[in-house]
Design a binder for this molecule. Structure first.
Ligand code: TA6
Length: 301
């Protein structure tokens, strides 16, 4: 039986959760319930879209996003693990770790009381870059789709010694115009400014955008809210187990360099990433685990 049959038989749920193959041979999961719809690429367990039934699309995906083996998808919600950004010592290792382009297995799915749909993935470490991560680890990732989108990323250290990871749910949000939004929840937080040689600065008031922004806010655990008056909405991001918040918009020059942001894609997206990065890296003792959870909800403004 082909892979899709093997997946739809145990884990498909009627029309609510369906596995299908794209023309390029990638497996994509489509979820539709009475509260919301979502699509997830099996590679990287990469959520690509989420839309509550009474709202516009919330997650941004580049018009030039590629769905190809081993290639990261521009947009959606890439999983950065077991390191965020460049590897500390190996420049040849992939930025943001290997989880987002790796094989993940589906291990469970359910239609939950109250009308949400849940799917659970496990990182197939044995098939992936063990040379880049020779530490016995189990990684599971749960996505629950409803009016609220909920994620939980669980790292379990199954080895005999402590491990240190950095991580992020590197989410791209759709906005009307990045020049007309503001982000609350980071006032007073210190951040590392990646646009200015990682200088440490302190946020004053809301975050707004008039050029490239690439900041790692350290010790930032409060909810963030994206205020988008032109869409008459705000997007709330609440989290646990995450002490860093990354805010990123590549603006014009960086978008052109990246080549897969679309013509003016940068105007309609902002990344608010729930992370543990830089000084907030996480050390997990032998046998221990770390849970990062994030919830997104849309409120009328
Ligand atoms: O989270 C922001 C960031 O680290 C930026 O510096 C930029 O590199 C972005 O991630 C996208 O990285 P990627 O490897 O997906 O091109």
């Amino acid at each position: 039986m082909n892979n899709i049959t093997n997946l739809n038989n145990p884990f498909g749920i009627g029309k609510q959760l369906v596995f299908a193959t794209t023309p390029s041979g990638q497996t994509v999961i489509t979820i539709n319930n009475q509260q919301a719809s979502a699509t997830i690429a099996l590679q990287g367990a990469h959520l690509m879209s989420w839309q509550p039934v009474d709202a516009e699309a919330v997650i941004w995906l580049s018009a030039d996003a590629k769905l190809a083996p081993g290639k990261s998808i521009r947009g959606g919600m890439p999983i950065c693990w077991p390191w965020f950004g460049a590897h500390a010592t190996e420049p040849a290792f992939p930025a943001h770790g290997f989880a987002r382009t790796a094989d993940w297995d589906v291990i469970a799915s359910a239609s939950l009381p109250g009308g949400t749909t849940e799917i659970i993935f496990e990182l197939a470490l044995a098939n992936n870059a063990l040379t880049q991560w020779p530490n016995p680890t189990s990684v599971r990732y749960r996505i629950t789709v409803g009016k609220t989108l909920s994620m939980e990323l669980i790292t379990h250290n199954t080895g005999p010694t402590a491990i240190t990871i950095s991580e992020a749910l590197h989410t791209y949000f759709t906005v009307s115009d990045v020049r007309k939004i503001s982000i609350d929840g980071l006032d007073g937080c210190h951040y590392l400014d990646k646009v200015d040689e990682m200088k440490e600065r302190q946020q004053s008031g809301a975050v707004t955008f008039a050029g490239e922004v690439d900041r790692i806010y350290i010790d930032s655990e409060d909810d963030c809210i994206i205020h988008d008056p032109a869409l008459s909405r705000q997007i709330r991001i609440s989290k646990t187990g995450s002490r860093s918040t990354v805010v990123w918009n590549p603006w014009i020059e960086k978008s052109i360099q990246m080549g897969d942001m679309g013509e003016v894609g940068y105007l309609n997206m902002v990344c608010i990433e729930s992370a543990n990065a830089a000084d907030n890296s996480i050390t997990i003792p032998a046998g221990g685990e770390h849970r990062l959870t994030v919830n997104y909800s849309v409120e009328r403004a």
